[in-house]
Design a binder for this molecule. Structure first.
Ligand code: ACO
Length: 372
C-alpha cells in the first residue's frame, strides 16, 4: 500500500469523474465536461446539477436562483458572531465556526430526509458568500452590505465585498472560477465530509470537517501561498532564480503537482490560465506575467505542472480579492460538491472505517512511575 491512500478506491460516486486519457485530464460533473460547463453554464446551474443529478430546465433554474438568492441573508446570531470574532481571525476559521453555529440554530439539524438535506445544502451554498463578505467588511471597520436579489451568485458576492456592482468581465470570471472549484471527486476535504457523513453526523458537522481539511496548504490553502510567492518573486525576471533555489532546497512550489494529475496538466488549471490572462489584460498584468515565468521554470527544473490553485491566485488578485480570502472563495465554490457528496453518502451509507498497519513496539512490560 502506498502512503496517503494513493490510488485507493474508497467509494462509488455518480457526482464527478476524473480520467486520464492520452496524457490529458478529463473532468466531468454528472457526465458533463468541465470545459463546456465553464464556458456555457453558471455557478447556480452547476450547483443544481451537482445536487439534483440533472441539468435544470429553464423554469427550474429560475426557481433555484430565486431560492438561493432568498436564502442569502444571515440570522442575527451569525452577524453577532462575526462582530465578536477578533479581526485577526483567519476568514476560513470564521467560515468553519459560522457553519457550526448555523447548525446550532437549525431545529431540524438531525433530520436527514432528502428534502431536508437539500434544504440544508441550499442554505449553506447561499450563505457562504454572505458570511465571507460580511466578516471582511466587519474586520476592516466597514458597514456590511446586505445581499441584493437583483444579482447572481458571483456578482452579488463581489457587490457585498466592495459595495460596487462588478463589471460583466469580473462577474463572469468569478462565476467561472466557482464552477471550476465546485467539485473534484474524492479530494481530501470531500473525503473528510464523507467520512463524517458515514457516521451519520449532521450536515453541518460534515461541512465543518470539510472546511477544516480544505485550509491546509497542501490542499485549498495553496492559492494563498501562491500569492505570497508571486509577491515575493515580484518580477518575472526573478522567477527562475526563485524556483531553482526552492527545488535545490527540496522545498515545494505552491500551486504545482497533483495526486491524480501526475505528469499531466490539471484541466482546471488550463481554463484558469486563460481566465487569468484575460483578466490581466484588463487589470494588473504583473501577476499573470510572474505566474507564467514561474510555470516555465517549474517545468524546466522539475517537470512540474500547475494545479487548480496556481492561476486562481492571479485571477483573485485581479478581482481585488484580499489574499487571505482565497481559500474562502475555494470553499464558496466547493460547498456545492461537498453537500452533494454528503447527500450521496447518506443515501447509500456504510461506515467508513479503514484499518492501519501497526508498526510500533509490541509486548512491552508496564513499569510503575517510581521505576521509570
Ligand atoms: N513542488 C516541488 N516538488 C513537487 C511538488 C511541488 N509543488 N509537488 C510534487 N513534487 C515532487 C515531489 O517532491 C516528488 O518528487 P521526488 O519524486 O523527486 O521526491 C514528486 O513530485 C511526487 O510528489 P508526491 O509528494 O508523491 O506527490 P503527492 O501526490 O503526495 O502530493 C501534492 C500532491 C500535495 C498536491 C503536492 O504536489 C504538493 O505539495 N503541491 C504543492 C501544494 C499544492 O499546490 N496543493 C494544492 C493541490 S490541488 C488542491 O488540493 C486543490
Amino acid at each position: 500500500m502506498k502512503d496517503g491512500l494513493e490510488g485507493v478506491i474508497a467509494c462509488e460516486t455518480k457526482i464527478s469523474r476524473i480520467e486520464l486519457v492520452d496524457g490529458k485530464g478529463i473532468l466531468e460533473y454528472r457526465g458533463y465536461d468541465i470545459r463546456d460547463l465553464a464556458r456555457k453554464s453558471s455557478y447556480e446551474e452547476v450547483a443544481y446539477l451537482l445536487l439534483y443529478g440533472e441539468l435544470p430546465k429553464r423554469y427550474e433554474l429560475q426557481d433555484f436562483k430565486i431560492e438561493l438568492a432568498e436564502r442569502r441573508e444571515l440570522p442575527p446570531q451569525i452577524i453577532g458572531l462575526l462582530t465578536h470574532l477578533p479581526p485577526y481571525t483567519h476568514p476560513m476559521v470564521v467560515l468553519r465556526t459560522s457553519t457550526s453555529y448555523l447548525g446550532s440554530l437549525d431545529k431540524k439539524i438531525d433530520v436527514k430526509t432528502r428534502e431536508e438535506n437539500l434544504n440544508k445544502a441550499k442554505n449553506l451554498i447561499a450563505k457562504f458568500p454572505t458570511i465571507i463578505a460580511y466578516y471582511h467588511r466587519i474586520r476592516t471597520g466597514k458597514n456590511v452590505i446586505p445581499p441584493t436579489l437583483e444579482l447572481g451568485h458571483a456578482a452579488n458576492f463581489l457587490y457585498m465585498l466592495s459595495g460596487e456592482e462588478p463589471s460583466r468581465t469580473a462577474e463572469r470570471a468569478l462565476d467561472m472560477d466557482l464552477i471550476l472549484h465546485a467539485e473534484h471527486e474524492l479530494n481530501a476535504s470531500t473525503f473528510a465530509a464523507r467520512i463524517a457523513a458515514s457516521t451519520l453526523a449532521d450536515m453541518y458537522a460534515c461541512i465543518v470537517a470539510a472546511t477544516g481539511t480544505l485550509m491546509g496548504p497542501l490542499h485549498g490553502g495553496a492559492a494563498q501561498e501562491v500569492m505570497k510567492m508571486l509577491r515575493e518573486v515580484a518580477s518575472p525576471r526573478r522567477a527562475e532564480e526563485y524556483v531553482k533555489k526552492k527545488i535545490e532546497k527540496g522545498e515545494r512550489i505552491m500551486g504545482f503537482g497533483h495526486r491524480v494529475y501526475r505528469g499531466i496538466i490539471d484541466p482546471r488549471a488550463e481554463l484558469l490560465k486563460r481566465l487569468a490572462k484575460k483578466l490581466s489584460m484588463e487589470g494588473v498584468p504583473r501577476w499573470f506575467e510572474i505566474s507564467e515565468a514561474i510555470a516555465k521554470a517549474a517545468y524546466r527544473y522539475k517537470r512540474l505542472l500547475p494545479n487548480v490553485d496556481f492561476y486562481s491566485a492571479s485571477v483573485y488578485a485581479n478581482l481585488g480579492i484580499p489574499d487571505d480570502l482565497f481559500i474562502n472563495i475555494f470553499a464558496m465554490g466547493r460547498i456545492a460538491g461537498w453537500t452533494a457528496h454528503v447527500i450521496e453518502q447518506y443515501e447509500n451509507n456504510r461506515l467508513i472505517r479503514p484499518r492501519a498497519k501497526y508498526v510500533g513496539d509490541k509486548d512491552k512490560k508496564y513499569k510503575p512511575l517510581t521505576e521509570r
